[in-house]
Design a binder for this molecule. Sequence first.
Ligand code: C2O
Ligand code: CU
Ligand code: CU
Length: 463
Amino acid sequence: SSTGGVDRYEIVQRVADREILPGMRTQVWGYDGQFPGPTIVGRSGREARVTVDNELPVPTSTHLHGGVTPPDSDGYPTDIVTPKGWRHQHADAGTGHGGIHMPTDAWRTSVRAKEYVYPLDQHAATLWYHDHRMDFSAPQVWRGLAGFFLVRDDTEQALPLPERERDIPLMICDRAFEEDGSFRYPSLDPSLKGEPGVEEPYMEGVMGDVTLVNGAPWPELEVDAARYRFRMLNASNARRYRLRLEPGGPLIQIASDVGLLARPEELGTVTLAPAERAEVVIDFSRWRPGTAVTLVNTLAGGGMGNVMRFRVTRKARDASRVPDRLADVESLSRARVAATRQFDFRLTAPSGSGSGHAWTINGHPFSTNRYLATPRLGTVERWRFTSDFHHPVHLHLAHFQVEARNGRPPAAHEHGWKDTVDVRPYETVDVLARFAGYRGRYMFHCHNLEHEDMAMMANFRVT
Ligand code: C2O
Ligand code: CU
Ligand code: CU
């Protein structure tokens, strides 16, 4: 519904049975019981208010990923919406993956429903919303708590890009299943942490053996012999994808995480780390009706490499095209950099106490009251990320441009405005981030959700 410049939405998080594998029932924890959750379409400059009601057996915190959002609506991990009858002792028992110990006042007054306010003072982009509960984001997203949030604006809609039924979001993720069809998420019992061999299977995060697109394994989409726009999101906990078409053909990238590129990039493959988005146009008129075209992940073997297929059905009218210029993307200049900060993402060795490894940023596991940076509102900073491992690094609030990867310009698919950047083992990645929008407490973290739950997160405060 729409009233006086505000769009209101109501979402109920609840348990529901869905058919994901043919003939089987999978219990999902979904926004409105759906997996993926309902796609919300907002308008740039028009406030969206989303009331999230929690009927799940666990607390939640909902974060709009890529949103320029005031701090109290940003889905801070301890800013939880609790189920009826939930007592804080449960939350404080330290049963999470990280076994994080927080000051007892860290948990804000909990509520059963929360109205999240999204001013959407930002350009057209493919955002997504997902759970961000302290210590439990990974298993809760795995069970289904993720959905698309599209922001549209006039500039973008004036472009002759494919639209309506030829503009399709694709949520790509992997999952594993038990024999009875339920989701299989390996239990990470903290009492086992530090035992030899126990952490090893999850070092790279939790991966499944079935690839899902919009919650379906190996789906087929019938397409006209025409151009389509696909908003691809890697919603996996830990898996990376390198996507290409079989039997070949260009993926014309038009947008990255948080908005249109200045110009389209014609690519053979698009790589997506967890949480990254790429919007691509595929022109199916290059194939004869009857042709099957497959989207494959070249980083996975066997059946897992098959992501989805398109069947070209018929010739059709197509007024769309991909213009040579898509958007004015201001390129952030080095001259504007107010500060350079370095953040090292690393697994630290077990401490003398014999407790397990910790995933840290600059040596610190997450703590609600530690700040690793205090950028000033309206400034641009260079943040340099180094790592020992694969870490997709994500900043809340601030959008950034990749300046350099190991001192070289970034790959084509990393152009434009982004909120997540893949940092690979022993790389140095520089981004220029603009801290615009709001003052207050925000976070940045590894978006491998198991690393995130195991405390590879930090606060920054915009002052
Ligand atoms: Cu999509 Cu803080 O995360
Ligand atoms: Cu985010
Ligand atoms: Cu990581």
